[in-house]
Design a protein around this ligand. Structure first.
Ligand code: DON
Length: 599
């Protein structure tokens, strides 16, 4: 199916704004021009502190890698310096993250890649996990049709057939320049020789010790001491060695995809599944193949948004969100002022309702992506919008499309010297996935099956509701929110962006893009900026502490918005911006260990 989306006349888009608006009660923030012609955001209201931290971006001219872990970013940078291109570096980073960031980096999970070559051609690779051949629609329900809690989240039954290794092999085969052996070597070294844990690494592993020992009886992976009963905890700076994982990576290095999907690794994985009553077989592994899909390409003002089509919902949703807000003067209203927030939240409410109704694996269900992103359709979804009062989510359903039959993740961004760009989001789903470690092979398996709608209307671990379009079927891919995205400005590479965060991925990417192109923030400021999120159901807007001024909170509540201040944070962005002078600004999220490295 063709998925190219053409320029839409601005006139048509302005109709979207509707005529119910009353004067917005906001004051405006301002962009202050800095050297190099990059805008730096300042807020005119000194009581508003929009940033999580004052971290500055990393500037380079020849290459940039932003990822969730300093060791992985360094691996990517070394590959670029050794003459590798953005894809070589991205493949090396994916494997390095599988070693140094086992909570989300993976070979037992899956992901999505958006690639834009410096010739302007764009590609996406879907290496999302698939349901095993023996999966059934009701596999998580009891005889009365009730959901058996936890089964899609932890343990062997929670895993889909992993896609990451096939994805990396495909990406490298098509676009890599260095040898496969060379891009695998840094990860093998990190696993075999070990690396120093960050404080966050140590805390993460200590936190899951209980699950590690109950879900993996008799195994000692990721425990500080080979005696599982030992209560010793990991400390920052300790060296963690992963010998079995090093051997698994060596098999992948010498045999390519067959080093994972056939032979010893496949045998170990299938044995592990048998041991824990999981469903994945050696045949499932052999049959797994990632898929090149036509990217979604959509214009927003003088930008072109290149993003992931289904099986992720992220791209369709991002384009819907941007088109809903395009007609409004967000810049004039100001960053996170009440009218700005209102328009964005109302867009989010409608977009997530559509996601629940229509989106699923396009190889199994007809996904009406074109219609969902069409301006006339979006206009029809906006008729009940009013600045006076919040729309009630109870009254919002997925839209009506005539003729349509109903039926801890991580992101990294790489740009090389030649201007090739990679945007990858990859995941085990929850932190450390199903918490099952494949015996003898040393890696975590995903719990991606929870991203299916296990029963219509029953929320998944991110509170997302789905329907028949995202019901379980053998070999089907589960719907994702991951939104790896690349933006062009005036036809040239402009931004590489993405984040983890489950259902909040889409809205974090949306805000980060708007922060730069509407509010005049630098890339790092856009990442540092405090964020909010609404996903239709539950009907509430969650926000990072400080994201809204007291006055905005009051105004929104007066108009019927339910607001909830978070005690934790939103997003772990890793982005690159091409500045007007051609240099790269790498921006990594100060909310975690994320690090940008450039040269
Ligand atoms: O594909 C998805 O949408 C989810 N499996 C992503 C999970 C995620 O982002 C967890 N990290 N915070």
């Amino acid at each position: 199916m063709k998925r190219q989306f053409r320029v839409l006349p601005l006139l048509a888009l302005t109709l979207l704004a509707g005529c119910k608006s009353q004067s917005p009660t906001t004051t405006s923030g301002s962009g202050v021009r800095q050297g190099l012609g990059v805008y730096e955001y300042r807020d005119e209201d000194p009581s508003v502190q929009p940033f999580f931290s004052d971290r500055q971006g990393v500037i380079g001219r020849n290459g940039m890698v932003a990822s969730a872990h300093p060791e992985a970013s360094q691996v990517g940078l070394n590959i670029l310096k050794a003459g590798g291109n953005a894809v070589d570096a991205a493949v090396a980073v994916q494997f390095a993250l599988a070693v140094v960031y086992p909570g989300a980096g993976n070979i037992g999970g899956g992901g999505f890649m958006v690639y834009r070559g410096n010739d302007g051609k764009a590609y996406t690779l879907d290496y999302r996990e698939k349901a095993p051949g023996r999966a059934t629609q009701d596999m998580y329900l009891d005889s009365l049709g009730n959901v058996r809690p936890g089964l899609s989240i932890s343990g062997h039954l929670a895993s889909g057939v992993p896609g990451s290794v096939d994805g990396m092999a495909e990406a490298h085969k098509r676009f890599g320049k260095l040898s496969w052996a060379q891009v695998l070597q840094p990860a093998i070294d990190l696993a075999a020789k070990g690396f120093a844990l960050t404080e966050r690494d140590a805390l993460g592993l200590n936190r899951i010790k209980g699950d590690l020992t109950t879900i993996n009886p008799g195994k000692t992976y990721f425990l500080k001491n080979t005696n599982p009963a030992d209560t010793l905890k990991w400390q920052k700076g300790e060296i963690m060695v992963q010998a079995d994982l090093a051997r698994t990576l060596q098999r992948i290095q010498s045999q390519g995809r067959a080093g994972f999907y056939e032979g010893e690794t496949a045998r170990l994985l299938a044995e592990e599944m048998k041991r824990g009553n999981g469903l994945i077989t050696e045949d499932d592994l052999k049959d797994y193949h990632s898929v090149w899909r036509d990217p979604i390409q959509a214009t927003y003002k003088n930008y072109n948004v290149i993003t992931m089509p289904p099986t992720s919902s992220g791209g369709v949703a991002l384009v819907q969100l941007m088109r809903f807000t395009e007609p409004y003067p967000l810049r004039k209203w100001g960053w996170n002022r009440d009218s700005t927030v209102q328009v964005m939240v109302e867009a989010e409410r409608r977009v997530y309702a559509d996601r629940a109704k229509f989106l699923g694996d396009p190889d199994f269900v007809k996904v009406p992506s074109d219609t969902l992103m069409n301006v006339d359709y979006l206009k029809s979804r906006w008729t009940d919008f009013s600045f006076a009062k919040a729309t009630d989510s109870k009254n919002v359903r997925g839209g009506t499309i005539p003729g349509y039959e109903s039926l801890e993740t991580t992101h990294f961004s790489v740009v090389d010297k030649a201007g090739n760009a990679v945007s990858i989001t990859t995941t085990l789903n929850g932190g450390y996935g199903s918490r099952v470690v494949v015996g003898g092979a040393g890696f975590f398996m995903n719990n991606e099956m929870d991203d299916f709608s296990v029963k219509p209307g029953v929320p998944n671990m991110f509170g997302l509701i789905g329907n028949q379009a995202n019901a379980i079927a053998p070999q089907k891919r589960m719907l994702s929110s991951m939104t790896p995205t690349i933006l062009e400005k005036d036809g040239k590479l402009f931004m590489v962006v993405g984040t983890p965060g489950g259902s909040t991925i889409i809205t974090s990417v949306y805000q980060t893009i708007l922060n730069v192109i509407e509010h005049g923030m630098s890339m790092q400021q856009a990442v540092n900026a405090l964020k909010f999120h609404h996903q239709w159901l539950p009907d509430k807007t969650i926000f990072e502490n400080g994201a809204f001024s007291d006055a905005t909170v009051q105004n929104l509540q007066n108009r019927g918005y339910m607001l909830e201040k978070l005690t934790n944070t939103l997003g772990r962005m890793d982005c690159v911006l091409i500045r007007p002078d051609g240099s790269y600004e790498g921006a990594s999220d100060p909310r975690a260990d994320n690090t940008a490295r450039g040269y």
